[in-house]
Ligand binder design. Structure first.
Ligand code: F6P
Length: 546
């Protein structure tokens, strides 16, 4: 890989320059920055790929942006982007390429990996998904008793769940209303029970989504689904009509009893959290149809090309990623709030939690050296305006700095009286309030009693990004998801970490495997955990019969 020789991040001149620059910026108020530059709003806005991204309400000036871009260049971001797009094995701890961008590459483009054209493989799977979707929709694929499929239950967890759920909710407006879509992820039996209690097994299709086909939660739920179908239909041959799988593990799928013909393939170069536009999105395609799914892929693709080619100063994911680094590493911000002003995006923050935190929650560099700087922040959020009546208090007046991403749409999908104007007015007002606040003089001028003045002052200077799009449609969703994917990559490149592995989830899984037999075949006196875990297990065993 043609990446510049690695220098520890704190040693980089651009990093040191940013530290010095931060000392000048930390005391500067957004009120001042806007007063000094009346054109700042439109000047610090970039429009690309149908998105309008305003970063003027950030605590930055031209020098900040220039230094951040110098840092990105020094960290080899340009080379890393090329390495990712061209299929180099940048997931070093798993020796894998990182090619989610191939999932949206058009027919005819070639990306060769170990002598295989991955784009051709992607399109073969897409064709199979389209064919299957058509058969389900037109009633050629029916349940065991000949009834059409009306219910689709996606069983998966992590990247095999969060993307499908988020996309279904986000694009519900475009979904087939004569079908019902449910998502089961948790190993808690209540999840499966509630998702299926009112469904007719004769009309229900289960999609078992698991890249590895080894995940405890998914296999447990899949076996319960199998029993649920068999209990109702009483015949093993029903499985073939009511189960399909999405996986890389053909052997595991076959052992479960799903025919290879009913399996949709995945590849080890696509991480779970980057896979909602692969066959993991089969439920999405069934919900919105193949044309809308293609429009979503086209949206992703537009952002991919932008990320790969646009100069950094006008590159949306690069700017977002660098601003995240600015607050995380220089202002000491611990989290980022994502606040979509669109109810259809209610699962978007949850989706981003896996994308961002499983990717960048790392404590060692690519070479395995512990970092001595902060890496990935906590991402969280809720749709506006609900969050305003809940946690915004802390963002406005608390002691923590929480940079926020506001996401809004110019056109409502459900025009209803004044609703959309009220929604958008709130979005604009919040970013204005967070940036400019309200001074003690302004509070006093409202006739506020002196003892209440400190309580009613808004310090302001709270940074926000605002992202506006015309309307929430499949293409816009693809562009938004790719925007965050590439912002995560930008951040991971600066921090010099592997954004594509997730070893941190393993220990809990291993220890759970040890505890499971201790609950299923208990020998309380033979427990050999620490005293806390032993006592918790014994308490549970004593009380579990009710
Ligand atoms: O445990 C974490 C994880 O490996 C995620 O990265 C992944 O998205 C999820 O589990 C599900 O994995 P699978 O698709 O293999 O069932």
């Amino acid at each position: 890989m043609n990446t510049p020789a690695w220098t520890a991040l704190p040693e980089r001149p651009a990093w040191k320059a940013l530290h010095a620059h931060y000392e000048n910026m930390r005391g500067l108020h957004l009120r001042q920055l806007f007063a000094d530059d009346p054109g700042r709003g439109p000047r610090l806005t970039v429009q690309a790929c149908g998105l309008y991204l305003d970063y003027s309400k950030h605590r930055v000036n031209d020098e900040t942006m220039q230094l951040l871009i110098e840092l990105a260049l020094a960290c080899g971001l340009r080379e890393r982007i090329e390495a990712m797009f061209s299929g180099q094995k940048i997931n070093v701890t798993e020796h894998r390429a990182v090619l989610h961008t191939a999932l949206r590459a058009p027919v005819g483009e070639k990306i060769m990996l170990d002598g295989v054209d991955v784009v051709a493989e992607v399109h073969a799977v897409l064709d199979k998904m389209r064919d299957f979707t058509r058969r389900v929709h037109d009633g050629n694929w029916r349940g065991h008793t000949g009834r059409p499929i009306r219910n689709v239950v996606n069983i998966g967890i992590g990247g095999s769940d969060l993307g499908p759920v988020m996309a279904y909710e986000a694009l519900r407006h475009y979904s087939r209303r004569n079908m019902c879509f449910r998502f089961v992820s948790n190993v808690d039996g209540s999840d499966f029970a509630e998702a299926t209690r009112d469904l007719d097994p004769q009309e229900t299709l289960f999609i078992i989504c698991s890249k590895t086909f080894k995940t405890l939660e998914t296999l447990t739920n899949a076996h319960s689904a199998r029993q649920w179908v068999l209990a109702a239909l009483g015949d093993e041959s029903a499985i073939a009509r009511h189960f399909v799988a999405v996986s890389t593990n053909a052997e595991g799928v076959r052992e479960f009893g799903i025919d290879a013909d009913n399996m949709f393939g995945l590849w080890d170069w696509d991480g779970g959290r980057y896979s909602m536009d692969s066959a993991i999105g089969l439920s999405t395609m069934l919900a919105i149809g193949a044309d809308n799914f293609q429009a979503m892929l086209d949206g992703y693709r537009a952002m991919d090309l932008h990320f790969r080619t646009a100069p950094f100063e006008r590159n949306l994911p690069v700017l977002m990623g660098l601003l995240a680094v600015w607050y995380n590493n220089f202002f000491g911000a611990q989290s980022v709030a994502v606040l979509p002003y669109d109810n259809y995006l209610k699962r978007f923050p949850a989706y981003l939690q896996q994308l961002t935190m499983e990717s960048n929650g790392k404590r060692v560099t690519l070479e395995g050296i512990p970092v001595d700087y902060q890496t990935g922040p906590v991402y969280w959020g809720e749709p506006g305006t609900n969050g305003q009546h809940s946690f915004y208090q802390l963002i406005h007046q608390g002691t923590k700095l929480v940079p926020c991403d506001f996401i809004g749409f110019c056109q409502p999908l459900n025009p209803l009286g004044r609703h959309h104007e009220l929604l958008m007015a709130n979005l604009f007002a919040q970013t204005e309030a967070l940036a400019f606040g309200k001074t003690a003089e302004e509070v006093r001028a409202e006739g506020t009693p002196q003892e209440l003045v400190p309580h009613r002052v808004f310090e302001g200077n709270r940074p926000t990004t605002t992202i506006l799009a015309e309307r929430l449609d499949p293409g816009t969703l693809g562009r938004l998801v790719a925007l965050y994917e590439h912002s995560v990559f930008t951040q991971g490149t600066i921090w010099h970490i592997d954004s594509f592995d997730q070893w941190g989830v393993e220990l809990g899984k291993q220890l759970a495997d040890r505890v499971i037999p201790q609950l299923e075949h208990p020998k309380p006196d033979a427990l050999a955990h620490d005293s806390s875990t032993n006592a918790l297990i014994r308490h549970y065993l004593q009380h579990r019969q009710g």
